[in-house]
Design a protein around this ligand. Sequence first.
Ligand code: AMP
Ligand code: MG
Length: 414
Amino acid sequence: MQANTCDTEFDPKALTEEQAREHILEASEALQETRRVPLLEALGRVLAATVEAPFDVPPHRNSAMDGYALRAEDQDTGTRLKIVGRSFAGHPFEGRVEPGECVHIMTGAVVPDGADTVVQQELTEADGQWLQLRQTLRAGANVRHPGEDLRRGQTALERGRCLTPADLGLLASLGIGEIEVRRLPRVAFFSTGDELRGVGEALREGEIHDSNRYVLHALLQKVGTEIIDLGRIPDSPEAVHEALAQAAAQADVVITTGGASVGEADYVTRALRELGEADFWKIAIKPGRPLNFGRIGRALFFGLPGNPVSAMATFALFVTPCLRRLRGEADRPFRVFRAVTRADLKKSPGRTDFQRGVLHTEEDGSLSVDTTGLQGSHMLSSMSRADCFIRLPRESGPVAAGSAVDVMPFSDFF
Ligand code: AMP
Ligand code: MG
């Protein structure tokens, strides 16, 4: 038999992180309804259909520099070229550049017919009428061609893409002012716990403020959902049952925090069994071992642990992928980087740890990671200082400073 110093850590029936996520994703289907939104409201929305370029971008041959448009074969440091006009952005030169001639041109302005090269201003001398070259360039230098960025008919953005600031610019450059996006998932959530008080309420002995509510609200905002905040629900079977039923009636996803372990006052699991299908999972991760996942009518249900750090970790690992799937986003795996830990890391074998860390870039460009210190799953300050998870494998024991570890930046989760 394998010696085990901490037998609560090993649970042969516990799911792995990947198994739990796979189950959840199997149950999560993209919402099909779409709507048209103006570009200025489209940031973070998910594209419902692939967008093709309706014309070449850029639409015309234009200059990459301020300078003079000329014929490459006319370049000779000895000769002078006649300046016959100007082509400024939005004000093209109407004529044609003939041998021995050139046109004063600005960045983005149309390169006139006849010319094939732009010599930047710094390499010339001009007196307003005549141009003298101080250097010659290869034919075609500093000329941008139509369709260089995107050809007409080419895919500009794929369906399932979560629109970024650059994407909005790209759509605008294609003259597209409204876009078809997927409906946002509606997510209802509430906190449970008799010890919880609102922000601004005085705390009596044994009470704490409901911080999860603010964390969840922000997480849901960042992922991109329609948020239904049902507040705080006391630890009573009737109240939890009632709140769950109400939540499920109006949402695609219901999320609770607290009341998820097998303790006396934990009514969430029980209410879930009464109302729908419940899975109570032990997942071999730390923090966040207990997780309720199930279904109430057509709504998916997540019962997250009450401890704020556990709630955030389980949200990151399991709720975020589900919500992205519902939003219609193309799957994107969380990135894992290797970094050298600057500190010793405590760890017992048995569960995969998601410790909180701060990433650094060393002078040689390599990554290192610091721990945020104490890793208690109630310590929000440690979560708040962190910008990544340090993922330590299930079987791993303590890790010595100087070892390479896996890190996962928070920016991939929320
Ligand atoms: P529970 O899952 O209800 O047993 O809660 C586990 C721990 O998390 C307890 O210490 C709770 O006081 C704490 N907790 C539960 N819900 C919240 C919340 N909304 N905000 C802050 N802490 C919470
Ligand atoms: Mg509780």
